[in-house]
Design a protein around this ligand. Structure first.
Ligand code: R5P
Length: 303
């Protein structure tokens, strides 16, 4: 049977990253899955090939760009441009983790603003719509000329914590960049909230977190962040609340990048658990954002 004439509402492309998340979204939407063959040549170059036909189909590519970021972005550009060459319909790129989003401004003279470069490339290869989660700086999205939307995993993270029945929870962020995250989670789990203040040296990357008295004694403390990468931000915050008599300390983030031994160190510092979402795949990705993506796609009506 020639399937090329059938018009699908939307088909989900399973890329090389976040396969589980893409499958979960497809099954929620009852969408067709488009499979890709991908490999890396001996010299390190990426290769992709569409196995299923995409002609005339509205595609949703779900692909996170965490490490190795450069390779992940290149795979996405290949997937988008190739699908367009093959005559797909409208193409939505969902990049749950927007690698390079932390390079959102020029701090030192002469620095590249990585996130803007990525945006220009996404548009150049032919993305029609773009979605991402909890982007480091929401004003980054204003650089898009195409329709771009930020989704948030924070409410789902709050709902996940509800099941833990925490004792007099105190929710906090480890810095003052987005204290609203603590406020939102605290609202869901009926807790109090607060935040710390930190500085990062733009040259050495060294992090200084300033001591602050917080009402954490004998309480369950939740430290919420968007990204945990080296874990240094989280470690400083854990030490400050432990010193003040916190009972149990739970660490929760949208993107558990957790490079090197950061998870081990976080546990060693006294955290009881680390929870993350499947925006990136890791053994801590216990909260799925698939319902949020499925909902957003239905509301966008990109069929
Ligand atoms: C702020 O800069 C972010 O919200 C995170 O706190 C930060 O990126 C975490 O990085 P790391 O784990 O390397 O300290």
């Amino acid at each position: 049977m020639d399937l090329s004439c059938i018009s699908y509402r939307m088909s989900i492309v399973i890329g090389p990253s976040v396969n589980m998340l893409a499958s979960r979204v497809a099954s929620r939407l009852n969408s067709e899955l488009i499979h890709i063959e991908y490999k890396i040549f001996p010299d390190g170059e990426s290769y992709i090939r569409y196995i299923d036909d995409v002609k005339g189909k509205n595609l949703v590519i779900i692909h996170s760009c965490d490490a190795p970021q450069d390779k992940r972005w290149m795979e996405l550009f290949f997937m988008v441009k190739t699908a367009k060459d093959l005559g797909c319909g409208r193409l939505t790129a969902i990049v749950p983790y927007f690698g390079y989003s932390r390079q959102d401004r020029r701090i030192l003279h002469g620095e590249a603003v990585g996130s803007e470069v990525i945006i220009r490339l996404l548009e150049a290869v032919g993305v029609d719509y773009f979605m991402t989660f909890d982007i480091h700086n929401v004003s980054t999205l204003s650089h898009f000329k195409i329709k771009a939307q930020e989704l948030s995993a924070i409410p789902s993270m709050g709902e996940y914590l509800l099941h833990l029945n925490l004792n007099e929870p105190f929710v906090m962020t480890p810095d003052d960049e987005a204290p609203w995250r603590a406020e939102k989670v605290a609202e869901i789990i009926s807790g109090d909230w607060g935040y710390l203040k930190k500085d990062r040296d733009p040259v050495t990357g060294e992090i200084t977190t300033y001591f602050k008295e917080l009402p954490v004694r004998d309480r369950d403390v939740v430290i919420v962040d968007d990204v945990i990468s080296t874990g240094k931000t989280m470690l400083n915050a854990i030490r400050i609340v432990r010193e003040q008599g916190a009972r149990n300390i739970y660490v929760i983030c949208v993107f558990p990048l957790l490079s090197e031994d950061s998870a081990k160190e976080i546990f060693r510092a006294g955290a009881k658990a680390i929870y993350g979402t499947d925006c990136v795949e890791s053994k801590f990705s216990v909260i799925s954002v698939a319902p949020i993506i499925a909902d957003a796609l239905e509301k966008w009506d990109i069929s």
